[in-house]
Design a protein around this ligand. Sequence first.
Ligand code: SF4
Length: 470
Amino acid sequence: MADEFPFEISPMFEGERIRKDNMYVELAGPKSKGFELVRAADMDDVVDDKFTLIGPDLADMEEGSRYPIAMIYKIAGELVEADLESIVERRNHEFQNYIQGFMHLNQRDDVWLRVGKDAVKKGMTSFEPVAKAIMMLFKNELPFIEKVEAVYITDMAEIEKEIENAKAVYKARDERTRDLHDEDVDTFYGCTLCASFAPTNVCVVTPDRISLCGAINWFDGRAAAKVDPDGPQFAIPKGEVIDAESGEYTGVNEAAKRLSSGEYDRIKLHSFFEYPHTSCGCFEVVGFYIPEVDGIGWVDRDFAGTAPNGLQFSTMAGQTGGGKQVVGFLGVGVNYFRSPKFIQADGGWDRVVWMPKMLKDKIVNDMPEGIRDMVATDEDAADVESLRNFLKEKNHPILARWVEEEEEAPEEEEAPAKAVPQAGFSAPQMMPSNFMPSMPMMSGGGSGGVRIILKNAKVSIEKVIIKKQD
Ligand code: SF4
């Protein structure tokens, strides 16, 4: 391979990050445009191994600049069908990351690529060998592909013409699962593509739950498992229903144990707080619990601002990713908002209090009509106080929980219990009882006081005042 291409290709380069200082050019990403698309075609319509570039090549690009990019692949083969398009498209992410000095993030029209300076110095001055390497890997790793052809576009006007078509294709794929539900099937599908950087991740795709990356739905999983049962997408027999509301099944729990090497043995597919789905890191949106209002906010990759909890997407993604089951945070694919089972164990849409305006605009027509105006955006609330006021003003259903909590609140205890507030949360506390289980507060033994055990916790404390008690 090394002789054939002016760069190394190996799975060991997956996870390689190209920081700004080492970047030759950035392609697509949040400040530009781009997409990746795979289309199934007839054998006669594909010229095997052909590469076409529309727009400037790498050698013509100015160092340190940003350009748009679209990557379109046509695939053909006796076993190739439209249901396999998403699966192959997802592998573009994996295979481009095999190339040393080439970084691919996200998927569909959220792709974000960088080419490293060292790679260009070593000879990566054209997209042609990159596309040829990907086509070679497609055919080697996915034997049902007999012919493949690639078109890369770096011309903005051309991309703007093509991107609407790509979005229509993604939409049509997502809509296929609308009339199919978890109870209608006896098999779900798993995916291990993210296991290299999230080893305990348990990715389960069901008719009512698209993958976290948003790229693989139940039909895609089924098609991939059919053509390559030993590949990264495989069947998970659903087994017995333990709890339909939260989406707990014996088959999923068994798969969780196996795929996470024993780290997790329960997953509730439609729960935010209890045994939630693991989050690998390539989720499109991250949900975060806001204890001050007992509600859930959601923030997507495109939102560069700060959520009402004072954190940005990147910070929360860092906290949530890695294949962990993190109570209080949850990574999902955008299409999960359209699921009739969307976090139904925790109140569904009635629990949603905030999301960026751009994300809300994307899904507003799929939100239950009654709640649409009650979910705040960054234009309505920038912090917890303004969020609380907005929710009160709109009479959001979450207010019913505040009343319940206040009614249920136990009598205030005498000091010294009051002397140990939980940093960062304003009273009254309205967290679910299992929030942040990794930070249990336990009564001490005979010596009195409080013993705090912190496990996997990140704590930042500005000031500690210790006073002697008389
Ligand atoms: S998020 Fe899940 S479905 Fe998507 S590539 Fe990763 S493991 Fe596969």
